[in-house]
Design a protein around this ligand. Structure first.
Ligand code: AMP
Length: 288
């Protein structure tokens, strides 16, 4: 496995892979890898025979009062995990490699859909995400890029960017990977105290209750939203949003149907956690 610090090294390695006739896959991350990230690498390997992993804590997507400085980092451990996963190249650039002129003169700004859900609480966040993803797509020029459905709004906006800017890449998404107790894996879980970690279970528990309600035939979004809010109620979380959304969109669902998504963001102490569940009758439904 190769470790690249510069865009030039990535381009060179990708050019070699291309000459060998390989299909190139990319998994963008901010590192501090967990099994959620590893599942994306597995998914990438199914659609590509050369897989790049980027590890970059992107300052552009953090607000001034957010956790950029304390975001967990452990490159050595990440490299071990990536090697174990059969990654071909890890791109771990510095901030100045990615933004040599400081803040970019040109950014990718979502025209719609960035002022709701997470975007409402994190102004500029999706501008930062789309800009860095566009740059990574430019650097790797992959055939396929894989993203987790845990970041539901992010995936919707990335798909729109690829479609609206005619970027030549296939976007693939992968389901949420959870801890044994249902909590969605996240690099930020490391911030949680033992007590907060227990209380975090109420998020996946509440999503589970909504799924159960849906499977029992409930289709009224207000009733299902009530189930969600009740499930979160006793755990002392500060709810940012709890919404039922139409499938593959950021629109609040007027009627709940197969494929509707239930999305939650909440603060536990100083830690912001997000999670979601696709409502489906199919047995292969994603956890929770
Ligand atoms: P991050 O490092 O948090 O920016 O995440 C990098 C990628 O991993 C994104 O596409 C996330 O949606 C995805 N991801 C994060 N957590 C999970 C999880 N628990 N299950 C599946 N994918 C995840």
């Amino acid at each position: 496995m190769r470790v690249a610090r510069t865009k030039g090294e990535v381009r060179e390695a990708v050019a070699v892979a291309r000459r060998e006739g390989r299909r190139v896959g990319l998994v963008p991350t901010m590192g501090y890898l967990h099994e959620g990230h590893l599942s994306l690498l597995d998914r990438a390997k199914k659609s590509a025979d050369w897989v790049g992993l980027s590890i970059f804590v992107n300052p552009l997507q953090f607000g001034p009062a957010e956790d950029l400085d304390r975001y967990p980092r452990d490159l050595e451990r990440d490299l071990e995990q990536a090697a174990g996963q059969g990654v071909d190249l890890v791109f771990a650039p510095s901030v100045s490699e990615m933004y040599p002129a400081g803040p970019p003169r040109v950014a990718v700004v979502p025209e719609v859909g960035a002022d709701v859900l997470c975007g409402a609480r994190r102004p500029g966040h999706f501008r930062g995400v789309l800009t860095v993803v566009a740059k990574l797509l430019g650097i790797f020029a992959p055939d396929v890029a894989v993203f987790g459905r845990k970041d539901y709004q992010q995936v919707v906006l990335i798909r729109r960017m690829v479609e609206d800017l005619d970027l030549p890449v296939e976007v693939v998404t992968a389901p949420i990977v959870r801890e044994a107790d249902g909590v969605a894996m996240s690099s930020r879980n490391v911030y949680l105290s033992p007590d907060e970690r227990v209380r975090a279970r109420s998020i996946s528990g509440a999503l589970r209750a909504v799924k159960d309600g849906f499977r029992a035939g409930e289709r009224d979004p207000n009733v299902l939203r009530g189930v969600l809010v009740d499930g979160l109620g006793a755990s002392g979380l500060r709810l940012e949003y709890a919404e039922l959304l139409a499938p593959d969109s950021l629109e609040v669902a007027e009627t709940v149907e197969e494929g509707s998504v239930c999305a939650v963001a909440a603060m536990i102490g100083q830690t912001r956690l997000i999670d979601n569940a696709v409502l489906t009758l199919s047995a292969e439904a994603e956890a929770p």
